[in-house]
Design a protein around this ligand. Structure first.
Ligand code: AMP
Length: 255
């Protein structure tokens, strides 16, 4: 991959990069479209990164529908699909850790998660040599962390945040939605509904905003609230529906 990328750069090609963990949906494909607008060659990676999963999380059962993914990648017009088997040598001992934006929100509930994310994204950037890399606003904190990492470590790459894509009923698209039973899906819809309804009220302080959303989410039968936090211009939340952890966020300006 690195040889190929360096050869493309030698020819003056701009590489647009979309890192994913597969189990692709329209949210991922929307990132490809954004990359396509900004680059000559679009590279997508599919790699379920073990270091961003906690010990009791869903690494082994994370969906890996390989043939369906390849079909979607072809239809989306991706030029290079990079799907390595393993990016950690048995004696790997180097990790990348961002120490400000990684705290709180998902970093609170998943303490080693962002260390895994920054480590794998740094590895992938070195392999793929992107001019532009596209990340989804769906993972708002991940965008904050990656933007900080490329500033701090001088990665020569432009980060683009692509909009959050939802299904017809408002649920943020996610590979983990596949875990939801039909009844759980109905419960999960409350996450986006509550966040959107909460932000209709203008002029709230951060505390008022967070507690308005939190108290409504707590009342939803079948939903367990992990966090509700305003950060960097977005009201963000993570909840559990059954065993499935779902995240969402909506923009809100606090004056
Ligand atoms: P994942 O495969 O879940 O690691 O996601 C790979 C990339 O797709 C990340 O940059 C995500 O933020 C992005 N992504 C996932 N779901 C969505 C969505 N519903 N809308 C926009 N981007 C998304």
């Amino acid at each position: 991959m690195q040889r190929e990328a360096l050869a493309l750069k030698e020819k003056g090609k701009k590489i647009g990069f979309v890192p994913t963990m597969g189990a692709l949906h329209e949210g991922h494909i929307s990132l490809v479209k954004v990359a396509r607008q900004q680059a000559d060659v679009v590279v997508m990676s599919i790699y379920v990164n073990p270091t961003q999963f906690g010990p009791s999380e869903d690494f082994s059962r994370y969906p890996r529908p390989w043939e369906q993914d390849v079909k979607m990648v072809e239809e989306a017009g991706v030029d290079i699909l990079f799907a390595p088997e393993n990016l950690y040598l048995p004696d790997a001992s180097t990790f990348v850790q961002e120490e400000k934006y990684s705290l709180g929100r998902c970093g609170g509930a998943r303490p080693s998660h962002f260390r895994g994310v920054t480590t794998i994204v740094a590895k992938l950037f070195n392999l793929v040599q992107p001019t532009v890399a596209v990340f989804g606003q769906k993972d708002s904190q991940q965008c904050d962390v990656i933007e900080q990492m490329i500033r701090d470590l001088y990665f020569p790459v432009k980060i683009v945040r692509a909009p959050l894509i939802r299904d017809a009923r408002g649920l943020a698209l996610s590979s983990r939605n596949k875990y939801l039973s039909p009844a759980e899906y109905e419960v999960a819809l409350n996450l986006s509904t509550v966040l959107h309804e909460t932000i209709k009220t203008q002029g709230m302080t951060q505390k008022e905003l967070e507690s308005a959303a939190r108290s409504r989410l707590k009342k939803v039968p079948g939903m367990k609230v992990d966090y509700v936090t305003w950060a960097n211009g977005y009201l963000c939340s993570a909840v559990f529906v059954g065993k499935t952890r779902l995240i969402d966020n909506v923009p809100y300006i606090i004056n």
